[in-house]
Design a protein around this ligand. Structure first.
Ligand code: C2O
Ligand code: CU
Ligand code: CU
Length: 434
């Protein structure tokens, strides 16, 4: 077994230039010159110290460790901005059992959506010391983002429709590239970690020509593998798959239609995009160990000490300055100076997230992983197909999602819609853990 170590790194957020189209330079924001930012890999038990240098220009930023069990004052909350031109160190220990597919992105007040779509986001994989998934399957991180370019190659700012629906780009990129290619041998198995790091695009995906098995969610492996025809990952969510490449020729990762609710004109094409091509060669792979039948146990959270109800609504009103939009939780828009919910560390709560709005809203909480126990729509209750640790769950329009949640570490935590434009327009609250 590996002994705990110290993981040290430096992340500098700075302006950079990308080439998405021939002969056109696109100004972006990048961590250490890369977008997505560098892949961070550390092990359970490691101590992490990351120096963040904010060199993006005139704006404050932060780094938020999405999904990770870090102390509240290390979580890059909007109340802890890192001023333009300054540095800070984020330090935390990765507890045992925390292996999973996390990510990092800015979370400054009022600027998160723009800093993320301009390029600031990266994957943070916490590895297990004893991993049941065969090492022969590899471990490939696929960070999905989307991009919109103006005719001159620049990234246009958000429109009214982007504010309402969330910004959906024109091209889905995988690790910053359009339709990258992978090569594998016939019979290969690949472990893939898919990240939806887009601001607002829902991704319903399937491999054309290769069966998928779900092995993990946001917070690590699930109990046992589950075969899937297709998967839906909303903004902020991750999924871990094992894909079997048994047929020589290209196997493509494609988007399928999904109706997430759209206001006004300009609904983007969601189906038929090819995100990734895997070329399966005719040379057979060596004989691979099978995926184990059990991956890891997940203890169900205990009976809740109390329950809460969070209702998502949208409001539109015309006034002298134009259209005023509100994205609200329990009738209120975010206020950094207000505590919305007080909870006790170590106590399990039942949260009922009720979507009374006209589009889907992916719900996210900082600082912990929760367990979804039921979805309810039109009086019909359904259970999720498998128990999983999640930090983000889509709440489809008209739906209620029930989840069990327990916070372990004191301090303020955010909860919000992970359509980042909605978060910015008010669909966020503060949870104070005592
Ligand atoms: Cu990924 Cu509060 O965010
Ligand atoms: Cu988060
Ligand atoms: Cu939303």
């Amino acid at each position: 077994a590996r002994r705990p170590g110290l993981f040290k790194a430096r992340l500098t957020a700075e302006p950079a230039v990308a080439r998405f189209a021939e002969g056109q330079d696109t100004p972006i924001l990048a961590y250490n010159g890369q977008s997505p930012g560098p892949l961070i890999e550390a092990f359970e038990g490691d101590r992490v110290e990351i120096t963040f240098a904010n060199r993006i220009g005139e704006e404050a930023s932060t780094i938020h460790w999405h999904g990770m069990p870090v102390p509240a004052d290390q979580d890059g909350n909007p109340m802890d901005p890192v001023a333009a031109g300054t540095d800070r160190i984020y330090a935390f220990v990765l507890p045992e059992g925390s292996a999973g597919s996390y990510w990092y992105h800015p979370h400054p007040h009022g600027k998160t959506a723009e800093q993320v779509y301009r390029g600031l986001a990266g994957a943070f994989v916490v590895k297990s010391k004893v991993d049941p998934v065969p090492a022969e399957y590899g471990d490939t991180v696929l960070v999905l983002t989307d991009l919109r370019l103006a005719a001159d190659g620049s990234m246009p700012g958000n429109t009214m429709s982007d504010l309402m629906n969330g910004r959906v780009g024109d091209h889905v990129l995988v690790n910053g590239q359009k339709n990258p290619q992978l090569s594998v041998a016939e019979g290969a198995r690949r472990r893939l970690r898919l990240y939806n790091a887009t601001n607002a695009r829902f991704l319903k995906l399937a491999f054309d020509g290769a069966p998928m098995t779900i092995i993990g969610a946001d917070g690590g492996l699930i109990e046992a593998p589950v075969a899937a025809e297709d998967i839906l990952i909303g903004p902020g969510e991750r999924i871990e798959l094992v894909v079997a490449f048994d047929r020589p020729g290209p196997a493509t990762l494609k988007t399928l239609p999904y109706d997430r609710g759209w206001m006004g004109p300009g609904r983007p094409a969601d189906a038929g995009l090819t995100l990734l091509t895997v070329n399966v060669s005719q040379t057979p792979a060596e004989v691979l160990p099978p995926l184990p039948e059990r991956l890891r146990p997940i203890a169900p959270l205990p009976a809740p000490a109390r329950s809460r109800r969070l209702v998502f609504t949208e409001t539109m009103a015309m006034n002298a300055s134009g259209m005023e939009m509100g994205f609200l939780i329990n009738g209120r828009a975010f206020d950094m100076a207000r505590v919305d919910i007080v909870t006790k560390a170590g106590e399990t709560e039942l949260w009922e997230i009720v979507n009374q709005a006209d589009m889907d809203h992916p719900f996210h909480v900082h600082g912990t992983q929760f367990q979804v126990i039921a979805h309810e729509r039109d009086g019909t209750v359904s259970k999720p197909r498998y128990l999983a640790w999640k930090d983000t769950v889509n709440v489809a329009r008209g739906e209620t999602v029930r989840l069990l949640l327990r916070q372990e570490r004191p301090g303020p935590r955010m909860y919000h819609c992970h359509i980042l434009e909605h978060e910015q327009l008010g669909m966020m609250g503060v949870l104070d853990v005592q």
